[in-house]
Ligand binder design. Structure first.
Ligand SMILES: O=C1C[C@@](O)(C(=O)O)C[C@@H](O)[C@@H]1O
Length: 227
């Protein structure tokens, strides 16, 4: 089952697929953080949930726990994840796509009907507007969706991110954006209005996969009320 991200899609982010029944009420899909899970391929093989899965195997370099040294193994596991019917998309870092390291991973995923989210994360801060536009634009060239997560220290940081989101979405590009951190939290509720296609929230707030996330029920309610 392929995930197209034709409209806003709310992902319940988790390292534990047994949480899926609790996510169903609010989420459109599950983001399975393979890098935070144990035996992730075994968990995928025994998944019997209803929600389609976005498989993510995040590298340490972009805030994950997938290791830095074992990029080949990490990407290989991601490619194998895409073989499961339940996996509708995989998330690959733009850096790995641009270096060519993940070219076969992306092709393999598409061969198995899974789309590709090309993602970039800045855990240190927020690039300037031109930098964000350029990164996001490049991401949309490599993925069915281009995603940018930045770190805000001030609510004003979010303005530039929203404006770039609005601009690229207005050009018909599929983008997903969010500002991490407390100061950026509101971006998660507001960015969908400007065209962001994917939101992430943990089922259990104690298990956030990024700083400043709302819990799933709250984000769903905020997005619904604001649109
Ligand atoms: O890339 C993202 C976005 C994210 O970092 C966030 O800020 O919500 C959460 C991650 O799980 C996901 O892979």
């Amino acid at each position: 089952m392929s995930l197209e991200f034709d409209s806003f899609t709310l992902a319940a982010a988790t390292a534990d697929l047994s949480e899926e029944p609790r996510a169903r009420e609010h989420a459109d899909c599950v983001e399975f953080r393979m890098d935070l899970a144990t035996e992730s391929l075994t968990a995928l093989a025994s998944y019997t949930g209803e929600l389609p899965i976005v498989a993510t195997n995040r590298t340490d370099r972009e805030g994950g726990a997938g290791g830095e040294e074992s990029d080949e193994r990490r990407l290989d596991d991601l490619a194998r994840a895409a073989e499961f019917d339940s996996v509708g998309a995989i998330d690959i870092e733009l850096a790995a796509l641009e270096s060519g390291a993940a070219e076969t991973t992306a092709a393999h995923a598409r061969d198995h009907g899974a789309s590709v989210i090309a993602s970039a994360h800045d855990f240190e801060g927020i690039p300037d507007t031109d930098g964000m536009r350029e990164l996001l634009d490049r991401a949309t060239e490599h993925g069915e969706v281009g995603k940018l997560a930045v770190s805000a220290t001030d609510p004003g940081d979010v303005l530039a991110l929203l404006s770039v989101t609005d601009e690229l979405a207005g050009e018909g590009k599929r983008v997903a954006t969010m500002a991490m951190g407390e100061a950026g939290r509101h971006s998660r509720a507001v960015a969908p209005i400007y065209g962001s296609r994917i939101g992430y929230a943990p089922v259990d707030p104690a298990n956030a996969t990024a700083p400043g996330q709302y819990d799933l029920a709250t984000l769903r309610e905020l997005v619904e009320r604001l649109r």
